[in-house]
Structure formats: structure tokens, C-alpha cells
Write a new protein. Structure first.
Length: 212
């Protein structure tokens, strides 16, 4: 009986354009096994199908992150796989036909173990917002407070809000008041950056004109 002899070939390193694509490194492979989100944590979120959603998001005191065009997404206490699944479901509900989501923790909140958050800014909201008046908008993990974040913290827009013609009134040195236009329509579509607010700013959301 003839027996063919086989020699085990040593692995060959392949470099260049024909090299096989390395497997994607999941969060559990890089030392985040057992990780669960906490208030103040910063997460990098990537969406393969639409780069406009790619950004760093902070887990807020209410346990959510705020994604433009999608709104609040609850993620507190979740593993990375759960965050990815939750964001995927939200995006596929009203934004994308299919969403491939990857979440990666960038840093822990300064006091995530205690769930503490540093103070925020006092902002005044007026017009077509669910909750108007003086509000304290906290910033988390050393981040800044933005106009869209302030609106979401106040419960969002009313049905008649004119998102395109909103503005911020900011008192400068002396008695001068600066009027800064804010187009929330474009912010939600990631067509322009969100506006960073300053303590004491007044954010005004006017009403839509009927028929426009």
C-alpha cells in the first residue's frame, strides 16, 4: 500500500495589496471584557453606511447619548454589544435601511464609579421648546454644552418649532448683545456643527409661519 507523505507548510507572511484583511478587533479582544457604560463615559461610534453619524458621544446624567437626527438613545449600563445593537435598531427605525454599528470606549467619566457629573451651564430657553425658562444643562466628562444638547435636555422641540430660524442671544462685554443664528435642521443632518454655548446664553426657537 502506498502512503503519500505530506509535509506541513510553514505559514507565509503576506504583505502588500494581496494580504488578507485582518479580522476586526472586537472590544472584548482589547481589554474591555465586562465593560458597561457609566455616566460620563465617552464612546466613539462608527456607522459603516453613513459617516455623518460617526462621532464621539458622552453618556449623559439621564443615561443617554444624543445622536443628531436620531435624538436620545438610552445606553446606561450596557455592554458594547448592547450599545451597538441599540444604536443599530434606532437608526434602522427611521434613518437607514441597514446600519452596521461599532462602539468603542474612549475614556471613562471622571467620576463614573460614583455616577457623579460636574456642574453645567445655566441656559435660558424661549419659544417652541417643550420646557422653557432657566435650565441647568450639565456637561459630562469635561465636555462642552451645545445648543442641540440643551434642546434635548429640555424635552425637545414643539411641533411648530422653526428649527431653521433659531438663534442664541449672548451678552458680551459691556451691554452689547450678540445674536447668533442656529440652524437645527442642518445640525440634525450633520451639515453644520452644533453651536457651543456659554453660561447665561438665551436660546430662542421661534414658531413656524403657517403655510411655510
Amino acid at each position: 500500500m502506498l502512503v503519500s507523505s505530506c509535509k506541513t507548510k510553514a505559514p507565509v507572511d503576506i504583505e502588500g495589496p494581496e494580504a488578507p484583511t485582518p479580522p476586526v478587533r472586537r472590544a472584548d479582544d482589547i481589554g474591555t471584557a465586562g465593560y458597561q457604560t457609566a455616566v460620563g463615559d465617552a464612546l466613539d461610534i462608527f456607522v459603516l453606511e453613513d459617516a455623518s453619524f460617526n462621532s464621539q458621544y458622552i453618556v449623559r446624567p439621564s443615561g443617554d447619548i444624543i445622536i443628531p437626527k436620531a435624538g436620545r438613545v438610552q445606553v446606561l449600563g450596557m455592554t458594547l454589544a448592547q450599545v451597538e445593537g441599540t444604536v443599530k435598531a434606532v437608526l434602522e427605525q427611521n434613518q437607514l435601511r441597514q446600519a452596521t454599528v461599532v462602539a468603542d470606549p474612549v475614556r471613562r467619566g471622571a467620576s463614573s464609579a460614583e455616577g457623579q457629573v460636574s456642574a453645567g451651564l445655566t441656559i435660558y430657553l424661549s419659544g417652541n421648546v417643550t420646557r422653557t425658562g432657566r435650565v441647568l444643562v450639565p456637561f459630562v466628562g469635561g465636555g462642552q454644552v451645545t445648543a442641540y444638547q440643551a434642546i434635548m435636555d429640555a424635552g425637545g422641540f414643539t411641533p411648530f418649532a422653526n428649527k431653521r430660524k433659531s438663534y442664541v442671544l449672548r451678552r458680551n462685554a459691556g451691554t452689547n448683545t450678540q445674536r447668533i443664528p442656529v440652524n437645527f435642521d442642518k445640525i440634525e443632518k450633520s451639515e453644520e456643527p452644533d453651536l457651543a454655548l456659554q453660561d447665561g446664553d438665551m436660546l430662542v426657537v421661534p414658531q413656524k409661519l403657517i403655510g411655510l
